[in-house]
Design a protein around this ligand. Structure first.
Ligand SMILES: [Zn+2]
Length: 153
């Protein structure tokens, strides 16, 4: 039983507006390859960075949520998205700190903070300290890592 519990993490669920205990999503590379598109696999599992100005769904919507393209975890809200001018979808905060994880990334001769999905550990992008108020953070995310779900209220 202990092992099963270890695999569970707490994430915030937008639909029920509450925290839930969910099973971590762990798959082999071959399984991910079968599930994801080539672009999604490259970003989420290979830590790739897509070219800027890849289109992301949800443009023009005022409500809705961006989920992890790998496992469906709620990650970012449309209303917390802003135009950063970088060509990548940018947000000033995640849905909940529990839903993402961070890692120091020193690749390409830079010191950056990598951000990934807490549930499947899929790579999303990087976080920078030059974002707008109220957080001053800029989550620079690859469009391929996100799946837009419209808010049907
Ligand atoms: Zn995920």
């Amino acid at each position: 039983m202990t092992n099963q519990e270890d695999l569970k993490i707490r994430i915030y669920d937008i639909k029920s507006q509450s925290y839930q205990m969910v099973q971590r999503v762990v798959k082999s590379d071959a399984q991910w390859k079968g599930l994801l598109t080539e672009d999604q696999y490259d970003v989420l599992r290979q830590h790739g960075t897509e070219r800027p100005y890849c289109s992301v769904a949800g443009q023009g919507y005022k409500t809705g949520v961006y989920q992890c393209a790998g496992c469906g975890t709620d990650l970012f809200l449309v209303k917390e998205k802003f135009e950063s001018g970088t060509g990548w979808p940018s947000f000033w905060q995640p849905v909940a700190e529990d839903n993402v994880g961070y890692q120091n990334d020193t690749s390409h001769g830079m010191r950056r903070k990598e951000v990934h999905c807490a549930r499947c550990e899929g790579h999303l992008g990087h976080v920078f300290d030059d974002g707008p108020p109220p957080t001053g953070q800029r989550f620079c995310i690859n469009a391929a890592a996100l799946k837009f779900v419209e808010d049907k209220k």
